[in-house]
Design a binder for this molecule. Structure first.
Ligand code: PBG
Length: 355
């Protein structure tokens, strides 16, 4: 055969590394850590094998375990000791994330990113303050269809008898400002608003600057979809909505062009890092954001993406190490610079072993 082009030439050992287009390093990864103020022991999260909710007393140990693998950054999620309609424990100076941040930054070199959202702190489980008339945190209080209904009744609702839940965007911005400042006051290195409120990045930037935190960057969950892949996280962080769903603030999985508009708004408002979430089912969006913007792009390889590989591996159907590594490499290939992933520690340890 007289073949000019033989791509196989470059697939031989020895040259593969030289021509590889994408690489994955432990320093590309952020490990999520759950700190739980309701417990004094480390509790495994059933739907996320290998992950735990840890009490405040164990937060530093937990982060040290992460650092030992070569991962240098953590994302803190908190489970508060109590919840209320406004989610006031989210910005309490002695709140679970604030306390954990103080301890972790005092005792370790970890780069600490904090989740700025309300769903773990509100008794109704939504990512903000509900509109008037819906403040009662139980579905009983929210019957009487139509109250606070600002989206088209019936449209897209499979359960018409469910009350329409509407998070009050602008009232929620006030809470988000307070949360972000309280995290930065406690020493957070970066804040990551995940609530998908319009204007959240601008509001937080302004509040941080006014509080003297001009140097704290914002990683915005700029294109966050209303995804069923968040299921296991909602067990982990105890943040499932008690009623209704998040479709009036999180994005419709059908839309990709809308992601570009969402991201552009966050860029205008001063976002420093742009996140797409989930990752694997939305690699087209990761690639588009990479192409359209110059900012660092983050992708969140979410709880469901982790749980499904774990479950298949448990059955012996997939090799966990290989599929985890391939997943993260694919997310980087699509254009992400950094990845939030529950695989962070395992993959980082493996990468370091291979070196
Ligand atoms: C909301 C938040 C969620 C996740 C991270 N931040 C859940 C949601 O929107 O319901 C999900 C992360 C995951 O599934 O791994 N604060």
């Amino acid at each position: 055969m007289d073949l000019t082009h033989r791509p196989r030439r470059l697939r031989q050992d020895g040259v593969r590394g030289l021509v590889s287009e994408t690489s994955l390093e432990p320093t590309d990864l952020i490990a999520p850590v759950f700190v739980d103020a309701t417990t004094d022991e480390r509790r495994p999260i059933e739907s996320m094998p290998g992950h735990e909710r840890v009490p405040l007393e164990a937060a530093v140990d937990r982060v040290e375990e992460v650092l030992e693998t070569g991962v240098e950054a953590v994302m803190l999620f908190g489970v508060p000791e109590s919840k209320d309609p406004e989610g006031t424990r989210a910005w309490a100076d002695d709140g679970v994330v604030q306390e954990a941040t103080r301890r972790i930054t005092a005792e370790t070199d970890a780069y600490v990113v904090t989740d700025v959202c309300l769903c773990e702190y509100t008794d109704h489980g939504h990512c903000g303050t509900l509109e008037d008339g819906l403040q009662n945190g139980s579905s009983d209080g929210a019957e009487g269809d139509g109250t606070g209904d600002s989206h088209v009744p019936g449209e897209g609702h499979s359960l018409p008898e469910e009350p329409s839940i509407t998070v009050d965007n602008d009232a929620t911005l006030e809470s988000l400002r307070k949360i972000a400042v309280s995290h930065a006051d406690a020493g957070a290195d970066m804040v990551a608003p995940s609530g998908m409120m319009d204007g959240m990045v601008g509001a937080i930037r302004e509040a941080l600057d006014a509080a003297g935190h001009e140097h704290v960057p914002i990683m915005s969950y700029a294109a966050k979809y209303e995804s069923a892949f968040y299921g296991p996280f909602r067990d982990a962080a105890d943040g499932a909505p008690a009623f209704g769903d998040r479709r009036h603030y999180q994005m419709d999985p059908a839309n990709a062009r809308e992601a570009v508009r969402e991201v552009a708004l966050d860029v205008e408002q001063g976002a420093d890092v742009l996140m797409v979430k989930p990752a694997l089912p939305y690699l087209d969006v990761v690639a588009t954001v990479r192409r359209e913007f110059d900012h660092p792009v983050a992708a969140y390889n979410v709880s469901g993406e982790y749980a499904m590989l774990q479950a298949a591996a448990e059955k012996g159907w997939l090799d966990l190490e290989s599929v985890a590594l391939e997943s993260l490499l694919s997310i980087k290939r699509a254009g992400a610079d950094l990845i939030l992933t529950y695989f962070a520690e395992d993959v980082a340890s493996r990468l370091i072993e291979d070196d």
